[in-house]
Design a protein around this ligand. Structure first.
Ligand code: NDP
Ligand code: 2IT
Length: 445
């Protein structure tokens, strides 16, 4: 790390104790942006980095609700509004038992830079709750979402903060959240949430956007190396929203996706993952990935198995943070992997990133590679603002163009800063400059 950044880094650790994921996300950015300070001394003078590392606002609240048996449950809700230099705060809500302030802050911090890379007018935020939706009935999910919104509604708005989904939050949850917001505010404010259902202001392609965008970005990474997705064996971790549509687009572009997973294990299907079976189990029935093997005679479920041991040329981690470690990276390299692109946020540990990059494997960091989801959320906001609805084809073209543009920016920036093909450095520097410039222009706020 640049010695000018070391004191800032130490200060971040000291004033945010016990937040390892947040430290990890900040460190990754600080390790790469040193060269900008020499070219742009005003950023240091204005303490832009110190300001970016401190959220503009953090909200933590109690979420009481009653389960189907009449028992009172208490969860903790969060919304960290990190940075609004580029537009209203924007970022997903995560419902998962592991959620805590560190995780929400790492996600919110990443979101600032990711959103900047999209080139669209959105600031960075993240939120969620330590609520576990697994095994909960529809009515319980609804009651939880309604209670969550009773506090959240006062902090959000189409010009203030626009939440969306993340782990455990999809269009069902967004529907309940939107309904409660509408009731509490007496406003049909479509642009307050994204990822809405198509029948009440949602946008086509938002559901597919993160996974599709990831594969569009991957296609550019491969093209830069004279490669393509055609006939490449691919492994995708997770089997949620991002994973499903990454698999779909990778298959459309000619790759053979042979494995996907959930937190219980992975399935291997030598004939390639069958999209109809996958969607039926995960989207319709909301069941575990183990059920997939029951529908496909040649598929095998590996309970507790490590998906990165499945030989592949392309690996797409699409489940959660720190799911791919240095040992997994070494396994991927040994098996002939040529590219890793992050569909999840921070799924690759810092040691694993170093291992992959040292082996000259094309590595696409999440803040660039998975930006298609939030970019399409911004397109949903555009459509809501002018009460319009675009076609699937038009929106997908916009998404593809945005991902190509992100790739171009990140690649060019990596070259400009003498790190050609290092997408981590390219993404961090390009995004940092986009956020720092308006912060300088707006003065000390
Ligand atoms: P979903 O809830 O739809 O799916 C999450 C998937 O990841 C499930 O298969 C889940 O398995 C698995 N998973 C979650 N937590 C863990 C864990 N601790 N260990 C192992 N597996 C786990 O979420 P998404 O697909 O929306 O999100 C996946 C990742 O993509 C997250 O990192 C998210 O932040 C990121 N992302 C999402 C975007 C979006 O638009 N939705 C946009 C950009 C990034 P199980 O069911 O067993 O828990
Ligand atoms: O991590 C992410 O970028 C998301 N979960 C999507 C956020 C959004 O506002 O669409």
């Amino acid at each position: 790390m640049d010695e000018r950044l070391l004191p800032i880094w130490r200060h971040v650790i000291a004033r945010n104790p016990g937040e390892p994921e947040f430290h990890q996300a900040v460190r990754e950015v600080l390790e790469t942006i040193g060269p900008v300070l020499s070219k742009r001394p005003e950023f240091a003078r204005q303490k832009i980095i110190e300001r970016i590392c401190e959220p503009e606002r953090q909200i933590i609240f109690r979420v009481p609700w009653e389960d189907d048996s009449g028992e009172v449950q208490i969860n903790r809700g969060f919304r960290v509004e990190f940075n609004s230099a580029l537009g209203p705060y924007k970022g997903g809500l995560r419902f998962h038992p592991s959620v805590n302030l560190s995780i929400i802050k790492f996600l919110g911090f990443e979101q600032i830079f990711k959103n900047a890379l999209t080139g669209l007018p959105i600031g960075g935020a993240k939120g969620g709750a330590d609520f576990d939706p697994k095994g909960r009935s529809d009515r319980e999910i609804m009651r939880f979402c309604q209670s969550f919104m009773i506090e959240l509604y006062r902090h959000i708005g189409e010009y203030t903060d626009v939440p969306a989904g993340d782990i455990g939050v999809g269009s069902r949850e967004i529907g309940y959240l939107f309904g409660q917001y509408k009731r509490l505010t007496n406003r049909y404010e479509s642009g307050v949430l994204t990822g809405k259902g198509l029948s009440y202001g949602g946008a086509l392609v938002r559901k597919e956007a993160t996974g599709y965008g990831l594969v569009f970005f991957l296609r550019e990474m491969l093209k830069a190396r004279g490669e393509s997705l055609k006939r490449k064996t691919c492994v995708v971790s997770g089997s949620g929203n991002v994973a499903i549509y990454a698999i779909e687009k990778a298959q459309q572009l000619g790759a053979q996706v042979v494995a996907c997973s959930d937190s219980g294990g992975y399935v291997y299907d030598p004939d390639g993952i069958d999209m109809a079976a996958l969607k039926e189990i995960k989207e319709v029935q909301r069941k575990r990935i183990s059920e997939y093997a029951k529908l496909r005679p040649k598929a095998k479920y590996h309970p507790g198995g490590n998906i990165w041991e499945v030989p592949c040329q392309i690996a797409l981690p699409c489940a959660t943070q720190n799911e791919l470690n240095a040992r997994d990276a070494a396994t991927l390299i040994k098996n002939g992997c040529i590219a890793v692109a992050e569909g999840a946020n921070m799924p690759t540990t810092p040691e694993a990133v170093r291992t992959l990059m040292a082996a000259r494997i094309a590595f696409g960091p999440g803040k660039a590679a998975n930006a298609g989801g939030v970019a399409t959320s911004a397109l949903e906001m555009q459509q809501n603002a002018c009460r319009d609805a675009w076609s699937f084809e038009f929106t997908e073209q916009r998404l593809a163009a945005i991902m190509e543009n992100i790739h171009r920016q990140v690649h060019q920036t990596s070259e400009e800063y003498g790190a050609s093909g290092d997408y981590v450095t390219g993404a961090n520097i390009a995004a940092f400059i986009k956020v720092a410039e308006p912060m300088v222009a707006m003065g000390l706020i």
